[in-house]
Design a protein around this ligand. Structure first.
Ligand code: PMP
Length: 436
């Protein structure tokens, strides 16, 4: 009935290429890790609006700060200076190591990555940009060219293929395997492939190297130990700069560190962020060094909404709440626990091929069987996904072949929530196996 109403209004929620549910969830209300639909059914939200509502829905402290600001000032543009902007930029910069201290505020992750691409080209005078197969860096024409995951791309120029260079702009490197750092013996092999990419596609003209510290849409893909360290060195030797796309991994999501890049012991030249930055309010940021900012200052940076008073106030309350509520620590605690519990499902079920990730950035790779490792069919993925939802838990999907489930809840979740999710997920997998 509701679906028909939406169609009548010409508002179809199924326009996403990666179709989500067979029967959509009509979300009505949220509180922390919980969502309610229009019929009053409650869901445990283990996807957090695509890893965005990092503090939980309508977090009381953030809501209070936003309401107070709303009654004071909404918008002026960055033509003017206002205290919320100044305070926020200083606070955000204090969460990054030296020399990453210059902050630019945007409205989304795509816009942040667009800006970072521009900065890298202005700073180096080079044009080419390297990204990974399976990566996702945004939906704008430029960032879509960087994105090397066909599930999210449109068949048009610049938004098309990037497994080879797209419009002479981006080249993709082979994604390293996803074993946890230290357990992978293939580092040399992947570094060899990176060298090959440089030799064949990017002869010393590189502007930037983009990497998510742990791939998000790709399905929690991780790099071998020291891989990023070596890759950063190779990029810098060729005159390029290194960009950490922390849109999903930032703000404590990986648990052990505030930023994902810190888990790789590398120092990026530019860090881009969005999603968890404002727990659902549209906002993004680029943080860079004074040196790169100086190259960028040759032009004018203006956007109407970036860093508006509402965003700055909410961003500031988010940083406070992460600290006050111990959310990074909780992400580490519950994430580590959940990875252990999910590993038991991997050992139990033939179709659970891999469980990986860090903190609350978790991926479960589904396969037809553990020997062939053929990605589980999309129909089977959809069955399990739908069943999990019907039993009251929302998770995400991803991966180049659509073979990954993504588990990225708000950072306020408890071990009990994790147990509930794992039990439901286990039952959904078993139900599918019983039908198969
Ligand atoms: N980078 C990464 C790693 C992302 O996951 C996303 C969004 N899924 C983006 C960039 C683009 O962010 P936005 O959708 O806010 O433009």
């Amino acid at each position: 009935q509701r679906m028909m109403e939406l169609r009548r209004l010409n508002c179809n929620p199924m326009t996403m290429k990666v179709t989500y549910y067979k029967s959509p969830v009509f979300v009505h209300q949220g509180h922390m890790q919980w969502l309610w639909d229009m019929d009053g059914k409650r869901y445990l939200d283990f996807f957090a609006g695509v890893a965005t509502v990092s503090l939980g829905h309508c977090h009381p402290k953030v809501t209070a700060a936003a309401t107070a600001q709303m009654n004071k000032l909404w918008h002026t543009t960055n033509i003017y200076v206002f205290s919320a902007l100044q305070e926020y930029c200083e606070k955000l910069a204090s969460h990054l190591p030296d020399p990453l201290k210059v902050v630019y505020l945007t409205n989304s992750g795509s816009e942040a990555n667009d800006l970072a691409m521009l900065m890298s080209r202005l700073h180096t005078g080079n044009h080419d940009i390297l990204s990974f197969r399976g990566s996702y860096h945004g939906g704008s024409p430029q960032t879509m060219a960087l994105t090397a995951n066909s599930a999210y791309k449109y068949p048009v120029a610049n938004g098309g293929s990037t497994t080879v260079r797209a419009s002479g702009e981006a080249a993709t490197a082979e994604t390293p395997p996803y074993r946890p750092p230290g357990q992978c013996v293939a580092n040399d092999q992947y570094i060899g492939q990176l060298k090959e990419t440089f030799a064949t596609s990017l002869p010393s003209r590189i502007a930037a190297f983009f990497a998510e510290p742990i791939q998000g849409m790709g399905g929690a893909v991780q790099y071998p130990k020291d891989y990023l360290k070596q890759a950063y060195k190779m990029v810098r030797e060729r005159g390029g700069i290194c960009i950490a796309d922390e849109v999903q991994t930032g703000f404590g999501r990986t648990g052990s560190h505030f930023w994902g890049f810190q888990g790789h012991e590398v120092m990026p030249d530019i860090v881009t962020m969005a999603k968890g930055i404002a727990t659902g309010f549209p906002m993004g940021a680029v943080v860079t060094t004074p040196e790169i900012a100086a190259s960028f200052a040759k032009g004018v940076h203006f956007n109407t909404f970036g860093g508006n008073p509402m965003a700055c106030t909410i961003g500031s309350a988010v940083l406070d709440a992460i600290k006050e509520d111990g959310l990074q620590e909780n992400s580490h605690l519950v994430g580590t626990y959940m990875l252990t519990q999910l590993a038991k499902l991997r050992d139990k079920h033939q179709i659970v091929g891999d469980v990986r990730g860090k903190g609350l950035q978790i991926g479960v790779e589904m396969v037809e069987d553990k020997v062939s490792r053929t990605p589980l069919s999309l129909a089977a993925m959809s069955d399990i996904f739908e069943d999990t939802k019907d039993m009251g838990v929302l998770i995400g999907k991803g991966g180049v072949y659509g073979q990954n489930f993504r588990v990225q809840p708000p950072m306020c979740v408890t071990k009990e929530d994790a147990d509930y999710f794992v039990a439901v997920f286990d039952r959904s997998i078993q139900n599918y196996m019983d039908r198969r």
